[in-house]
Ligand binder design. Sequence first.
Ligand code: ADP
Ligand code: TZD
Length: 566
Amino acid sequence: MSAEAMSADMTDGFHLVVEALKLNGIETIYGVAGIPITDLLRLAQNEGIRYIGFRHEQQAANAAAIAGYLTGKPGICMTVSAPGFLNGVVGLANATTNCFPMILISGSSDRSIVDLEQGDYEEMDQLSVARPHCKAAYRVNRPQDIGVGIARAIRAALSGRPGGVYLDLTAEVLASGLDVETAKKSLIKVVDPAPPSIPAPQSVSRALDLLATAQRPLMIIGKGAAYARAEAEIKTFVESTGIPFLPMSMAKGLLPDDHAQSAAAARSYAIGNADVVILAGARLNWLLSHGRAPLWSDKTQFIQIDISTTEFDSNRAIAAPIAGDIKSVFAAFNTALKPGQVKAGDAWTGEIGKRKQQNIERMAARLNADPNPMNFSSALRAVRNAIATQPDVYVVNEGANTLDFGRNIIDMDKPRHRLDSGTWGVMGIGMGYAIAAAVETGKPVVAIEGDSAFGFSGMEIETICRYDLPVTTIIFNNNGVYRGDPEGRPYSPTGLLRDAHYERIIEAFGGAGYHCTDTPSLTKALTEALASGKPALINAVIDPTAGTESGHIQSLNPKSNVAPKK
Ligand code: ADP
Ligand code: TZD
């Protein structure tokens, strides 16, 4: 039924979706328009929801995912059916893997045709495809169920361990009419979708009793703690106990990187020698070598704090599991802690301090060198120097070497300001994350991108320019995946076009492009771009021989041992 044909006491699915989202405080939708959602997006915009239109659904979904992480409300991505939906599923799955709350809402084609595989326009059983890749998946088949569908999606995305949720809206439901009275009654405002999860007192005392026996305690802070906004409680705990801490990549800045108790510059020593480790919102996955030798000692005992109880013992025995939300757990720790009960020993903190100093001095030589052409360290130093004056900047980072070096060289001062490839080590999050960070926070964003990594989302530079967002993209251009090929053709599987002028991409859309071949010009360009508050792209030319294949995770890259054919 068309809108004109409806009487005044009727509404339809389009209106109900927008009303349900607004009722639940949703302010932004990320998406790509098309059948059957074009009118839905138009209506949402008319009703005051901010709509950010992308060039590819994967980026819209990534944007929604990181918006969820940054705001603690589910990020919303809307797509068309079949291919548009599938493009969004990568972002949906990435959100679920990283424990970010988001909802992918896709329009779907006529079920009576889809279910009999009779060949509809953009035909696909989207619900079945989405289910393995998300925390929950629902389909709404009647307009009066839109309210409940959206309420369930919000609750599933936010409660317990956050994640991605799929909501399937058929074209028929969107266009279906419903009388206004029934429609109004069908909407649900979700009350307390992520209630505090208070730890059991016996788990708290078990953990503190174990910690009290520790000679060499260490705390690993993960992005679950950053998502939980537990910085105040964690600061109190860390500073009152003197325990050294290590932030995982996206937890950098939860406590400032220059905090005296940060053991980041002595990471291997601290991990290898700790007797009791507190895992706070970090999984013992590949990023922590599964808790196994040679990085870890067999003797280390673990306290793990997580909202998801199935996480405990997933890789190693956990002596003191604490189920709860991190904010509540550290509040409970701080209350239960008796003066002097837990104290990191001077010998331990002294040894960590000594090793930190040695490593920092060793790194300084590399960091302060100024080779021509630039390498990863020198270019990142130039970037760091420009960012240092702007603590509000959000940093997005992807690539292999660009990511590994970037994580170590770019210090963070504030929580949730570093957004990167995360749990999957995925390429392609760059522009989606950068756009959402700028949209949700209004703050400047610097995306530090490998040249290969950038290519996965590069067309969104147009999106950045269209919305005039304060995003500066820096491409670490070494002519290849990991690094460049030697001169000549054919290009190898890791080669990319030599000497590409990426800065001209943004010029096509009216943004500022910079081509930098040395560190002073790179610092200058970034300083200027940040001061302008406008879209900019810096092509930072790096030595094509700089970097290593697979970056720091060469051990995960299988190599053929068969001798090459003569
Ligand atoms: P990192 O990559 O930083 O090591 P992970 O993504 O591996 O972090 O781990 C994050 C963990 O935090 C997940 O196991 C998730 O269940 C947990 N988590 C997420 N939110 C909360 C919360 N509010 N309270 C407690 N744990 C949480
Ligand atoms: N595809 C996806 C979606 N994710 C991936 N991680 C990869 C492919 C494989 N891959 C990496 O793991 S890193 C990388 C790829 C393609 C790019 C590395 O090159 P770069 O970075 O230019 O982005 P560096 O800094 O030059 O190493």
